[in-house]
Design a protein around this ligand. Structure first.
Ligand code: ATP
Length: 235
């Protein structure tokens, strides 16, 4: 398998506070990788650093072999990264308009083709394509965020806490939706506190106090004492 994203001893922080301490990570082409960690472990900071929203103070970030450490978020997006956050969905715009914005840089014909593919994948969005995104349920809004990230045609999608703020039934819905995306060639890095997302992952990492405490396959994480301690207070 060839590496798409390589994270090499990355350091980052806020002012005098260092948050990330030499983080190493690899995401291979087409792989789904889960970044686990309790509240405050540094997951959001790492994702924001990887997409260029937060300065990288040490180490290196490579995408498809190219060093992108010094590039801004726009240049990283042009090279195939997409960051899915709820803030990226505009509540007053329709679902169709939100999707069109996701495909910026693509021709109208190409954007329409991609939108039709999204409506096939997310039938709930197809039914409401002319409605304002603000009228969607929490779970549907996450789906729109994901569809918008996919509209960009990005090879490497970063998802920060897709389960946040959702009732358990919607978390299940998001997990089921993601199953439909996985295997299509896109690489996913999902930061989550919710261990239920482990079922989607090929591999994963457990972050603890800004360091990678554990890395391994899904099965290795499932049987890891450190993961059990972090999540269940046992082990
Ligand atoms: P969560 O699940 O709550 O998002 P997380 O694992 O994503 O947690 P981060 O949000 O990356 O963790 O936070 C890591 C550390 O950085 C925490 O100690 C947090 O208080 C600190 N931190 C986060 N944002 C800032 C900021 N803007 N200024 C100062 N410190 C911050």
């Amino acid at each position: 398998m060839s590496a798409l994203l390589e994270v090499d001893k990355v350091e980052a922080g806020y002012g005098a506070v260092q948050v990330l301490w030499g983080c190493d990570m690899v995401v291979n082409k087409g792989e789904t990788v889960l970044l686990l960690g309790v509240n405050g472990a540094g997951k959001t900071t790492l994702l924001r650093t990887l997409v260029g929203l937060q300065p990288c103070r040490g180490g290196a970030i490579r995408l498809a072999g190219e060093d992108v450490t010094g590039l801004g978020p726009d240049a990283r997006i042009r090279r195939g990264m997409a960051y899915m956050s709820e803030l990226g969905v505009f509540p007053t715009l329709s679902i169709a308009e939100n999707l069109r914005l996701g495909a910026y840089g693509a021709s109208n014909a190409e954007a329409r083709r991609r939108a039709e593919a999204m409506y096939q994948m997310f039938p709930a969005l197809a039914q409401k394509r002319r409605s304002a995104a603000g009228s969607l349920s929490g779970g549907q809004r996450k789906m729109l965020g994901l569809a918008k990230a996919l509209m960009s045609g990005a090879e490497m999608i970063f998802m920060d806490e897709p389960s946040s703020g959702l009732a358990p039934v919607f978390v299940t819905q998001v997990i089921e939706t993601l199953k439909g995306v996985i295997g299509g060639g896109t690489s996913l890095l999902i930061a989550e506190q919710n261990i239920a997302f482990l079922e989607l992952a090929d591999r994963g990492y457990l972050m603890d106090h800004g360091k990678m405490a554990v890395s391994g396959t899904r099965a290795e994480l499932e049987s890891s004492d450190a993961v059990r301690r972090a999540y269940f207070g046992v082990g």
